[in-house]
Design a protein around this ligand. Structure first.
Ligand code: EPU
Length: 340
């Protein structure tokens, strides 16, 4: 464990915004978590920090907006990258393991299913927080249980899949900050390839590729590279807004006005819309605002060209929200977590 003060988080968020944390503690071995917290509890009032939202657990910062120049609190960074093969169906992976490295490990070792989630930036510890999902698959389908450190009870506990309350881009971890994800237990049973996403099946057909995990991986990597910017090259946090879910009745009114509106029915009552389509149809694709902008190949992704701080991204986000609301009567919700 290492403790730093006045620590820059610039390289720990994929937008590349500058933000100085008052205290920063790196935990490199989660087996020592209780000892580490003896130290932390001697030096900090963790419960008070939690109440005041001055306690932040960070991975690679791929789903965060550091909204201020300073974070006047404590940042915990888990860098433990352990991976244990429990059996032919279960892997236990520490929070600091890089997500895409896990996807590759699984593919090479016949733990199939995660290939649809290739190239998602971030760490294993972050993956359940927003229940990462892409190309027809969500990580929740592969989570058996999660080992957490409970900051309230000061105990190491396990949360079952059900206890995690997963749903679209959501989990219990977005609603309480009392848990630190230490280790995710992934389960791999009954593999079925998922090529439900149109672009994926189109790619396989085009290149006459068999429906195999290796080919799905190849397709996802290709598709993502085509339309999502690499954070190392152009700062971004993936989709900036959630795809809105609306009542089917409202959909009918919208379809009368906009017959091409992209929609994915969820059940009889609700439909999910493509936020990217809505933003694109307000002519924002490629739009530049001060030192930030909307990505030219995917309107759902906001990018940071040269801004040092987050304010311009938040201004642009408000402008987009307001324009979409006026045109479609739909309130877009920001997807990454905003840290004030
Ligand atoms: N579209 C446009 N214009 C755009 C962007 C999209 O017309 O500028 C249309 C597309 O043509 C397509 C539809 O909108 O018909 C959906 O677009 P896309 O397939 O690119 O997916 P998405 O809804 O934009 C979601 C996830 C992504 C995930 C992809 C693939 C959310 C918020 N985003 O994007 O996740 O990779 O599906 O499954 O659910 C992320 O969360 O950071 C992320 C990248």
């Amino acid at each position: 464990m290492r403790h730093y003060t006045q620590y820059s988080l610039k390289s720990l968020n994929t937008f590349g915004f500058e933000c100085i944390a008052k205290d920063f503690i790196e935990i490199d071995n989660i087996d020592n978590i209780s000892e580490n917290f003896n130290y932390i509890d001697k030096n900090f009032d963790v419960i008070k920090l939690l109440e005041n939202r001055k306690f932040l657990v960070i991975g690679k910062g791929s789903n965060l907006i550091l909204a201020n120049k300073f974070f006047d609190g404590l940042v915990i960074y888990i860098s433990d990258k352990n991976l244990d093969i429990i059996n032919e169906n279960i892997l236990a992976v520490s929070a600091g393991y890089v997500w895409h490295d896990l996807v590759e490990f699984c593919l090479n070792n016949k733990y199939y299913g995660l290939e649809n989630l290739a190239l998602i930036p971030g760490t294993v510890g972050a993956s359940p927080i927003q229940n990462i999902g892409a190309y027809g698959v969500e990580v929740q389908q592969f989570i058996d249980k999660i080992q957490v450190y409970n900051l309230q009870t000061k105990a190491i506990e396990f949360l079952s899949n059900v206890q995690c309350k997963f749903s679209y881009r959501d989990s219990i971890f977005k609603h309480t900050n009392q848990y630190i994800v230490l280790k995710v237990f992934f389960k791999f049973t009954d593999y079925t390839a998922n090529i439900s996403y149109k672009e994926l099946s189109n790619y396989l057909n085009l290149y006459e590729l068999e429906v195999l995990p290796q080919n799905i991986f190849k397709a996802v990597v290709y598709i993502r590279n085509q339309k999502l910017p690499k954070p190392e090259i152009l700062g971004n946090a993936g989709s900036f807004f959630k795809n809105p879910i609306i009542e089917t009745q409202k959909l009918q009114n919208l379809l009368n006005l906009y017959p091409k509106l992209i929609n994915y029915p969820i059940d009889n009552n609700y439909t999910k819309l493509a936020a990217g389509w809505l933003i694109d149809n307000c002519n924002f694709k490629g739009y530049k605002y001060k030192q930030v902008g909307v990505y030219e190949k995917q309107a759902l992704v906001l990018v940071n060209y040269t801004a040092v701080y987050a304010n311009e991204i938040l201004e642009l986000a408000s402008l987009i929200q307001q324009t979409v609301l006026e045109k479609f009567d739909i309130q877009l919700e920001i997807e990454p977590i905003i840290i004030n």
